[in-house]
Design a protein. Structure first.
Lengths: 295, 457
């Protein structure tokens, strides 16, 4: 009895710091975002004026905000699908096939993930350069004339962001998929072989179903990280230029909250993005629900 | 015993985690300048926060030390390239520095936010104060016009809230060597400009480029002055009803739209904070003739490769018609006192001291981290005489016939989803790319102007 009480107290003191920090640094600020979204104020305002839901109603009439949300959704959809596809295929190849320099490829694919976004943006600034960039120079090899695509121009800037973001994210998800793929027992594949299933069939009928729980988790990661990473990439690579063509929800939030001194309005954007990513994750989680397979 | 150990370990862990949260005020780059001269423990201390720009931060340390030697007031100095991030959190909690040196036009818009919030201290009386260590008044030292603009008197009530600091004439920068080589003369009217544009196009050189659309503010202000004079500028920047329908406004829009068609085509794709030096490089490589910029460009591109025979040249904006006035915008920074400052009186003394001969000298001999001279020029009388090299040429632009344009759009309450740069200047990127028409741009400006008029301070 005495021992149980002591144990509980010990657990309490172990957990308390984390709970306290989580509350102070996560829960309270998040609630504060929602509170401030109902006020007209700047970041440093000593005073604030309650405006109810006015910030939210204004948002729906703000063409720049709508464009930034469209860009965000575009990134979430395209970056997720492309990264997901590449990461799965590469992970499948690197775990199931015997190819030379496997470890080398693992490292190479993972490297972009440990680079800072600022470094990545500098790399891609050189790749996308119109006159001397790698991309235009490469394309010029296959064209009779010098190719001068404006990769960061209005028409291509979102594509350029997508390429950079996919390049950065593949390694991370590949490693996650590889971890769960390597725990699928070899015997399952052997018996499939005996039944005459080819590699592609094995991939779709064995590998995918058996790592499904892992895939579901990563889909939530995709949504949250794309929203966050998009801000970093936009901030470092284009800052929303040219003329707002590459603005995403969080970069627009930053501009409104600080550059335009409308902190309350910015917090309203933050609150919407918060709810949006929560809802989207919930939907994706629900849609991908399957009975867990065991092996 | 074991239990006690476990408990105390947990307590230590909790305490050590929380300890990280304490200890505010000593952020990065913060350094208290110690003083031997001012004795006694009761000496006053003021907190000064200054942005570190191309001029470096050493000059601030020297000025703080000189101020301390002169007045005995301690200066706790904070300088940082991202000053907003360093002093911002404390200010949100209500702890303000006594003096802030931070210009408008930065992305975090801290200064603009303080203007919009009416959170600046009225420093009109500083102008009639005597400069510490001298017999002259502050107003006698500051050059004419600097304390009469909307950048220093944001509310248009004749009261000064921001002190003018380091100024720089802005204009069109070009390769003077190329002009000599080709025998071209620098255009003095826009008609000559377009002629030159056609001539240059035959040689495969574009007439114009710009680093980012942010550089269009100085350009557009000077343009408004040269088209309609001070009266038009004043009305336009106060969003007067119908002002954007006047022939003067139409001329401004037409010139920018026409200039867009003469702009180097890769410019918009590089007009961001990451790649803007590539646009500046276009001028160094003789791929574009002119770009709007400020005197800092020389230091900024000091290490960049350049065409043979390259020589910096700078000209004011051409006049609209023959015999008209060419204008060069005077860009300057601001220092101010937050209304919540704890030591307003000592802070005012510090600001007055910034115009002393000692301080001006220190600022003018500033060097950047590479040891290159990067003179920060205070807006005091007769200072341009002491300059050397390129800077002497640049700062004498007003002696050579160009008129000075000063001021900016009048302060308003914040309007959600609407800021000047997005509406007035960012569309230039789209004009160059051809994805937006001049009329769409004008419509956007008119609509924004109507909203801003209602929010005027």
């Amino acid at each position: 009895m005495e021992k149980g009480k002591g144990r509980k107290r010990f657990l309490f003191f172990c957990v308390a710091p984390a709970v306290l920090l989580f509350t102070v640094f996560m829960v309270i600020p998040s609630l504060n975002v929602f509170r401030m979204s109902l006020f007209r104020r700047s970041a440093y305002s000593p005073t604030e004026e309650f405006v109810g839901l006015e910030n939210f109603t204004k948002l729906f009439g703000d063409a720049n905000f709508i464009r930034s949300i469209q860009n965000t959704i575009l990134l979430i959809v395209v970056v997720t699908i492309v990264t997901f596809g590449f990461a799965l295929v590469f992970a499948g190849i690197l775990t199931r096939e015997k190819i030379k320099g496997q470890n080398f490829f693992r490292v190479i694919f993972y490297v972009p993930n440990i680079l800072s976004v600022v470094v990545i943006s500098a790399i891609f600034s050189a790749i996308y350069d119109t006159n001397n960039g790698i991309l235009n120079s490469l394309l010029s090899l296959f064209s009779p004339e010098k190719v001068a695509i404006l990769w960061k121009g209005e028409g291509m800037v979102m594509t350029s962001l997508i390429i950079a973001m996919v390049w950065q994210a593949i390694g991370y998800y590949m490693v996650m998929y590889m971890a769960s793929m390597s725990s699928v027992p070899e015997s399952v594949y052997e018996s499939a072989n005996l039944d005459g299933a080819g590699r592609v069939t094995q991939f779709f009928r064995i590998t995918l179903p058996l790592i499904w729980t892992n895939i579901r988790t990563t889909l939530t990661f995709f949504i949250i990280s794309t929203i966050n990473m998009a801000f970093l990439f936009v901030k470092a690579m284009t800052n929303g230029n040219p003329n707002g063509a590459s603005e995403v929800a969080l970069s627009y939030m930053y501009k409104q909250a600080y550059t335009n001194s409308s902190y309350g309005y910015g917090m309203a954007i933050g609150a919407l993005v918060f709810l949006f990513s929560f809802a989207l994750s919930a939907v994706v989680n629900k849609v991908t629900e399957r009975d867990a397979l065991e092996f | 015993m074991k239990k006690f150990l476990a408990l105390s370990m947990a307590a230590v862990m909790a305490a050590s985690l929380l300890a990280g949260c304490g200890g505010s005020g000593s952020g990065s780059g913060s350094s208290a300048v110690s003083s031997g001269s001012a004795g006694g423990g009761a000496a006053q201390t003021i907190k000064v926060a200054a942005i570190e720009t191309a001029y470096g931060s050493d000059m601030w340390k020297e000025v703080a030390a000189a101020f301390e030697a002169e007045t005995g007031i301690h200066v706790e100095l904070t300088t940082d390239k991202n000053l907003e991030d360093v002093i911002g959190p404390a200010m949100k909690a209500g702890n303000y520095p006594d003096v802030v040196h931070l210009a408008t036009g930065r992305e975090d818009a801290l200064t603009e936010t303080f203007i919009k919030d009416n959170a600046l201290l009225d420093i009109t009386d500083v102008l009639s104060m005597t400069v510490p260590g001298e017999s002259a008044k502050v107003s006698d030292k500051i050059a004419g016009g600097f304390t009469e603009t909307s950048l220093t008197n944001p509310y248009g009530d004749g009261k000064t809230y921001l002190a003018p600091m380091f100024y720089s004439p802005c204009g069109l920068f070009y390769n003077a060597g190329l002009f000599e080589e080709k025998g071209w003369s620098v255009p003095t009217t826009w008609d000559e400009m377009w002629e030159l544009g056609d001539k240059a196009a035959e040689e495969g050189i574009s007439l114009f480029t710009y680093p980012t659309t942010g550089y269009f503010d100085a350009f557009f202000y000077a343009l408004m002055y040269s088209v309609g004079g001070a009266e038009f500028f004043d009305k336009a920047t106060h969003y007067e009803e119908g002002i954007w329908d006047t022939p003067e406004a139409q001329t401004c829009f037409d010139i920018v739209a026409k200039l867009a068609s003469y702009t180097e085509p890769t410019t918009p794709a590089q007009a961001n904070d990451q790649d803007f030096t590539k646009n500046q490089q276009l001028v160094l490589d003789n791929k574009a003739l002119f770009m709007p910029n400020g005197t800092w460009i020389v230091g900024e591109m000091a290490k960049a490769p350049r065409a043979d025979g390259f020589k910096w040249g700078m000209t004011a904006l051409p006049a609209v018609e023959d015999g008209g006035d060419g204008y060069s915008y005077t860009w300057f920074e601001q220092a101010w006192i937050p209304a919540g400052a704890a030591n307003p009186d000592a802070a005012k003394q510090f600001i007055a001291f910034l115009y002393s001969d000692v301080a001006c000298e220190i600022f003018a001999s500033a060097k950047n981290a590479d040891g290159e001279p990067t003179p920060a020029i205070q807006p005091v009388l007769n200072i341009a005489d002491k300059l050397e090299g390129d800077n002497q040429l640049f700062y004498s632009i007003y002696d050579n016939g160009a008129k000075a344009a000063m001021g900016n759009f009048a302060a308003t309450d914040a309007i959600e989803g609407l800021d000047i740069r997005t509406v007035w200047f960012d569309p230039v990127n789209s004009l160059v790319a051809g994805t937006m028409t001049e009329q769409q741009w004008i419509d956007g400006v008119k609509d924004a102007s109507d909203q801003l008029r209602g929010a005027l301070k």
